[in-house]
Design a protein around this ligand. Structure first.
Ligand SMILES: Cc1cc2nc3c(=O)[nH]c(=O)nc-3n(C[C@H](O)[C@H](O)[C@H](O)COP(=O)(O)OP(=O)(O)OC[C@H]3O[C@@H](n4cnc5c(N)ncnc54)[C@H](O)[C@@H]3O)c2cc1C
Ligand SMILES: *[C@@H]1O[C@H](CO)[C@@H](O)[C@H](O)[C@H]1NC(C)=O
Length: 612
């Protein structure tokens, strides 16, 4: 959108005398080539733009963001939430390949996955954030990596690290260290079932969150919620206060002040300030191919900048005075570290990449979820709106397995050590993984963290649709580059269902979906289950046999995006390479991730500011 500005510079002035380009989104690599910035942020996605937006609040700081995708904010596949899915497998989607043939979706565009995601806005269970502290590197386990700390950044409290001058500057509302600007439901939306608790939300952050203006008003969503209550779940007014174990109406990251268009990290953090923010430059259409280090091999290693380019074009260099900040996503960031010589030295040497730091955890401990779509027919259906859908149920293990829960719980308790051994190849070691598993098992068994999500989806894949997935898998995977060519996509081994418990949970939630279709008042709207249907998974006293469900689930699932692998912000044995994206979440939370990731990135920005 600032092409004119940039072209103006390029035509009017010789290359040597180009002024520094402030605030703009640029496409010309020469404008960043051989220049020095305080910070270089790799990836202009959710975390990258959040961190860059905060760091550049100080007029004396220069930040270069390099984004591999283009600036597609004006593309309806991006801004129009009703076109969700149209970006998949297009040039806006990395479509990272996996070992099981199904590719993983990830946004390759300004805003990253926040520009193509489903915009559901939820947070995990309070105790899940509190448990992070047990897993973090002692150096990072300082104040605030817990629910209270994260909740502040996800929504409310302004940071003490910000000087008062920020608060009185022209874009003052941007400058509180909170991510969310929530607009509570109006009476019309309330009549359709929406609700909220004011204390659970921020109001002056950049990310717009609300219920859709065209919210579904038919009987379907309330009927689903009522039927879930009959199956034993509590119904909450609002689940965004650290209490997701319930069925609840949930809002979306869309902007009520802009026709309900998507509120992405790009429209939230960049658009409002891009013409005024001195010091922030965003280069799009260029991929970072390597982190560059100073020649001294004394640890910690010092990054000096990055190399970037396109598959067919030449390579350029930009220099970083302070830090190189990785925000390329949970697949892009480990791949770039490996390309730069940070990873398993033996594996990298086979690709001809000299080792900078032999760090075996890079790309390990990947956690991916698995999703199935199920559905039932309906007659004379009037949805009473356009959506998007906004009711979610998050059952815990006791609700999911009922009278079988004790058996399932015992199987977790008895299996942690054998699961850890079986997944050790995707972790630092079996012992390290077992430590993580213990925290995960405690959340599931004692804190009743939701183990599955049931996302009510009006009209897809059937009139009454449900997207169901297990949230806290024990299977672990890896991300590895397979070539020293940065434009060859990395290989992701997801190992879905390699811990059988994950499939057990998916069967459990599939059965619960079948039962809810048969439970009033939802059943009164339904002509019966069509997907998978009794032909594919015959009904029975236990709502379908294990064998039939397992077979169907395995042949019909899709990968759900989420992965974390590094467990800390500063990369070991480097002085100034940070990771701030989804890679750093110590353990999955029972939620859609964006709200939590905005909180992590907001906090990371404060940590980076205070490190100077
Ligand atoms: C299809 C889909 C649906 C989702 N639905 C929801 C939802 O409904 N609600 C929710 O809360 N969350 C949802 N999410 C999850 C959420 O959007 C992501 O977890 C989040 O955006 C991840 O943030 P990130 O900063 O880690 O990565 P991203 O936002 O993906 O950003 C990474 C950026 O880095 C860029 N990049 C990668 N490699 C390089 C390189 N070498 N050089 C330069 N740039 C590079 C990428 O192009 C991208 O822009 C969804 C995600 C997807 C993919
Ligand atoms: C960047 O600097 C290097 C080393 O001085 C030089 O060889 C190269 O031509 C410069 N690149 C650009 C695009 O200016």
């Amino acid at each position: 959108m600032f092409a004119t500005l940039v072209v103006g510079f390029s035509l009017g002035l010789g290359l040597q005398t180009l002024p520094f380009v402030n605030g703009a989104v640029i496409t010309d690599p020469l404008l960043a080539s051989n220049k020095t910035f305080d910070y270089i942020v790799v990836g202009g996605g959710l975390a990258g733009l959040t961190v860059a937006g905060r760091l550049s609040e100080s007029a004396s700081i220069t930040v270069l963001v390099i984004e591999a995708g283009s600036d597609n904010r004006q593309d309806p596949r991006v801004y129009d939430i009703y076109r969700y899915g149209q970006a998949f497998q297009s040039e806006l989607d990395w479509s990272y390949p996996t070992d099981q043939k199904k590719s993983i979706r990830a946004g390759k565009t300004l805003g990253g996955s926040s520009s193509i995601n489903g915009a559901a806005w939820t947070r995990g269970l309070k105790q899940q954030y509190d448990s992070w502290i047990q897993l973090l590197d002692p150096a990072d386990a300082g104040s605030g990596w817990d629910w209270n700390g994260m909740f502040s950044y996800m929504k409310k409290v302004s940071s003490p690290l910000l000087s008062p001058s920020f608060l009185t500057s022209s874009a003052s509302l941007m400058n509180l260290a909170q991510a969310e600007a929530f607009s509570a439901p109006n009476s019309g939306q309330k009549a359709k079932g929406a609700n909220s608790i004011a204390a659970y939300h921020g109001t002056v952050g950049p990310v717009q969150v609300t219920f859709p203006d065209l919210m579904y008003g038919g009987p379907q969503q309330p009927a689903f919620a009522s039927a879930m209550v009959k199956l034993g779940l509590k119904k909450y007014k609002d689940l965004n206060g650290g209490t997701p174990n319930c069925v609840s109406f949930t809002p979306n990251s869309i902007n009520p002040h802009d026709q309900d268009h998507r509120s992405s990290s790009a429209t939230a953090y960049l658009s409002p300030v891009e013409s005024t923010r001195t010091g922030w430059t965003t280069l799009v259409g260029q991929q970072v191919t390597k982190i560059l280090f100073s020649p001294s091999t004394i640890l910690p290693r010092v990054a000096t900048g990055v190399q970037f380019g396109t598959a067919s074009g030449q390579r350029y260099t930009a220099h970083a005075r302070k830090e190189v900040i990785l925000a390329a996503g949970s697949i892009g960031s480990p791949a770039l570290l490996q390309l730069s010589g940070i990873g398993d030295a033996t594996a990298l040497s086979k690709l001809g990449i000299p080792s900078i730091i032999d760090l075996k955890t890079v790309g390990k401990n990947l956690q991916e979820q698995t999703l199935n779509s199920v559905g039932a027919g309906g007659t004379n259906f009037n949805f009473g709106g356009s959506g998007p859908s906004d009711v979610i149920a998050y059952p815990n293990i006791y609700e999911l397995f009922g009278s079988n829960a004790a058996t399932v719980v015992a199987s977790i308790q008895n299996s942690l050590s054998s699961w850890a051994s079986s997944q050790a190849g995707s972790a630092l070691s079996a012992a390290a993984l077992q430590t993580i598993y213990k925290v995960q098992a405690n959340a599931i068994i004692n804190d009743k963290a939701p183990v599955a999500e049931m996302f009510y989806n009006n009209g897809s894949p059937a009139k009454i649709g449900l997207l169901i997935w297990q949230l806290l898998p024990f299977s672990r995977g890896t991300v590895s580059i397979i070539s020293s060519n940065p434009f060859t996509k990395p290989q992701t081994n997801v190992n879905y269902f390699s811990v059988d418990f994950d499939l057990t949970v998916q069967v459990g939630v599939a059965r619960m979906a079948r039962r809810v279709f048969q439970t009033a008042p939802l059943s009164t709207l339904s002509t019966g289950e069509t997907i998978p249907g009794f032909k594919n998974v015959p009904d029975s006293a236990v709502h379908g046999s294990d064998a039939d469900w397992r077979k169907w689930i395995r042949s019909h699932f899709f990968p759900e995006v989420s992965a974390s692998w590094i467990l800390k912000l500063l990369v070991y044995d480097t002085k100034n390479v940070r990771v701030v994206d989804a890679s750093v979440m110590p353990l999955q939370v029972s939620a859609h991730l964006s709200s939590s990731l905005y909180g992590i990135a907001e906090k990371a920005a404060d940590i980076i500011k205070s490190a100077q």
